[in-house]
Design a protein around this ligand. Structure first.
Ligand SMILES: C[S@@+](CC[C@H](N)C(=O)[O-])C[C@H]1O[C@@H](n2cnc3c(N)ncnc32)[C@H](O)[C@@H]1O
Length: 596
């Protein structure tokens, strides 16, 4: 469903000093970063404080079970207030709710015991302190994979088992990832218009960036072909639940198959290299997250932490009760630059590489004439010239509607009816505008995320913050205009926190989002206003970036948060208190007029 990739990016706002400033490179979060590195060096202090925080915020068990288990006498999950109350309750719906009720036990600390079964390769992974187990079939476990090896679990000084440690042991810098779930944040109900089958909906407001849920898989396989073998061995309640999931590979009254259910509902997760001999993309089913429908402007972003084996859904924007929780099923990278058309107008016939998909809408509508951008002609030229960038760098979510739909249809056998695709053909102009915006966002995303894209950036005369700050030939508002526009475009297309790669983390500090998209723009806007010495706007943008980081660190809900985000929040708080403590305060303002 979703390709989950290892998070590579460096963290924080890094910039080199503009010309004529002392030649040292500054990292605006420098102090915080070095403190963080110190802390991460050894598991000791930081992990203890995380454990303490976990202890502090852990909810009483009756609280955790509320709404999840009928056996504790709690009320079953109800529909969100803002959804129409007269939705038909299908038998399938009830079965799914029942199954869910049995199996959502409380999230516990992420210790895993491997209990190999006899005579086959299916391993049972039991998450300690929880009834939940996960069946895992990897084709040929490597010799180095020692399921019960001491390396795989670690007992903290507090006596608490806190993490699966990869080879490297306690000094590897891995700290305990938290496992957390809001109290009954979601419900399952028939989604609007019955166009997409069942869906998941928020039960209450969720802030942008914050965690919607964290959960572990119930089954993992390397190959879809292995689904049958694992299905046979699943606990009967889990199996009953999985049998209720959609199989989009069949039609009419054909029976669902394990393979089809897996192909329709699995997330692609990348497992840590230390657990298997090499990085492997496996397919995993999660009881809740696998029920998320797709949207081309998803309300949630899935990240996978290969140390704790947890999948986290973060809110991509502020969500209200009743909003659907959707993720993107589109692949992060495309197989080859040439295979998917990046043009904005639909092809007159289906592109050969996209197989049998045919857009339902009439083709040949005139292409967009006016661009939203000031430098539209340059951008148009660049977008149609593939020599300056590799279009396979652009995630499929930035493609034109017909291309996205074609990919989804060919991969998952459904025609996308998300709010960004299900636009009447009479509003073709709207589709073209949307295609145009996405294409441009995709291009800018490459520019801002890939150091190798300097040539492209220069062609478009887009300065980096440092260049803009140190060179008054760039108009004062040039960088601000670019980032404001990008922010607006992201919000329009529902791509707020979406970056170049799916912000999936399979490292130790997993579960945090990559600092791309909306956050990156807010950071740069804050810095620009700081360099201009504009206190009001500086506080506005730094404040927004700070609030988003705070939500991402999940502190509001008592979680310990990631050290990185927490440290960054501290730096931003200091700037908000005293804007002049921003290292480049007023720097660009001094330059004003020098070379105009
Ligand atoms: C992982 S399941 C999601 C839950 C599913 N709606 C159900 O009722 O079980 C994926 C399937 O949901 C449907 N679906 C998901 N997103 C959709 C979308 N944007 N438009 C149309 N159908 C969608 C498709 O049938 C797809 O194969």
């Amino acid at each position: 469903m979703v390709i989950i990739q290892q998070h590579q990016s460096g963290a924080g706002i890094h910039c080199t000093q503009p010309e004529a400033l002392p030649d040292r490179a500054i990292n605006l979060f420098g102090a915080a970063d070095s403190r963080r590195r110190e802390k991460e060096g050894v598991l000791g202090r930081s992990s203890r404080s995380q454990v303490e925080a976990l202890e502090d915020r852990r909810l009483p068990s009756h609280h955790l079970k509320r709404g999840l288990s009928r056996s504790d006498g709690s009320a079953p999950l109800s529909k969100p207030n803002s959804l129409p109350s007269k939705r038909p309750r299908t038998r399938e719906h009830e079965r799914i709710q029942d199954a869910q009720i049995v199996h959502f036990s409380s999230p516990r600390l992420p210790v895993v015991h491997f209990l190999p079964r006899q005579d086959d390769e299916v391993k049972t992974i039991r998450f300690q302190g929880s009834e939940q187990e996960c069946l895992f079939l990897a084709r040929g476990f490597p010799d180095s994979f020692k399921p019960e090896g001491a390396q795989l679990s670690y007992t903290a000084p507090t006596g608490e088992n806190i993490a699966i440690l990869p080879v490297g042991g306690p000094d590897s810098g891995i700290v305990s990832p938290y496992t957390y779930s809001l109290d009954k944040p979601l419900t399952i109900t028939v989604s609007s218009g019955v166009l997409k089958g069942l869906g998941m909906f928020a039960k209450h407001s969720i802030r942008q960036g914050s965690v919607i849920l964290v959960e572990r898989p119930v089954m993992i396989v390397e190959e879809v072909e292995d689904a049958e073998l694992v299905f046979k061995q699943l606990n009967k309640n889990v199996k009953r639940y999985l049998d209720c999931l959609t199989d989009s590979t069949i039609s009419g009254k054909q029976n669902k198959t394990a393979k089809g259910i897996l192909a329709t509902n699995a997330f692609n997760i990348e497992l840590a290299p230390n657990l298997l001999s090499e990085k492997k993309i496996c397919k995993a089913i999660f009881l809740q997250s696998s029920q998320c429908n797709h949207s081309c402007g998803p309300s949630a972003i899935a990240t996978f932490n290969a140390s704790s084996w947890t999948l986290t859904l973060h809110a991509n924007r502020d969500l209200r009760p009743g909003d659907e929780i959707t993720v993107s099923y589109l692949p992060v990278s495309l197989p080859s630059a040439a295979s998917i058309p990046l043009i904005s107008s639909p092809p007159t016939s289906p592109p050969a590489t996209l197989g049998h998909f045919r857009p339902t809408s009439p083709s040949g509508v005139s292409s967009v004439s006016a661009s939203t951008s000031a430098s539209s002609s340059t951008i148009s030229n660049l977008l149609s010239s593939s020599s300056l960038y590799d279009s396979s760098d652009i995630p499929a979510i930035y493609l034109a509607r017909h291309s996205r739909r074609a990919i989804l249809y060919n991969s998952y056998n459904f025609e996308c009816r998300c709010e960004h695709c299900d636009i009447p053909w009479s509003e073709a102009d709207g589709v073209h505008k949307s295609d145009r915006i996405r294409k441009e966002l995709g291009l800018y995303n490459v520019i801002f995320s890939k150091p190798s894209s300097t040539k492209l950036r220069k062609r478009l005369a887009i300065p980096t913050f440092e260049e803009w700050c140190g060179d008054s030939r760039f108009p004062v508002d040039s960088l601000i205009k670019i980032h404001m526009r990008l922010l607006e475009m992201r919000e329009k297309e529902g791509l707020e926190l979406i970056g170049l790669a799916n912000p999936i983390v399979s490292g130790a500090q997993g579960g945090n989002l990559k600092e791309e998209g909306w956050l990156k723009h807010a950071d740069i806007l804050g810095m620009c206003y700081g360099a201009l010495g504009d206190k009001v706007e500086f506080r506005r943008w730094v404040g927004r970036a700070r609030d988003l980081r705070w939500a991402m660190s999940n502190k509001d809900h008592g979680a310990s948060g990631t050290l990185e985000q927490t440290e960054h929040v501290k730096v931003l708080d200091a700037w908000l208190d005293e804007p002049k403590s921003f290292p480049l305060w007023g720097w660009r303002a001094q330059k004003k007029g020098q070379r105009f």
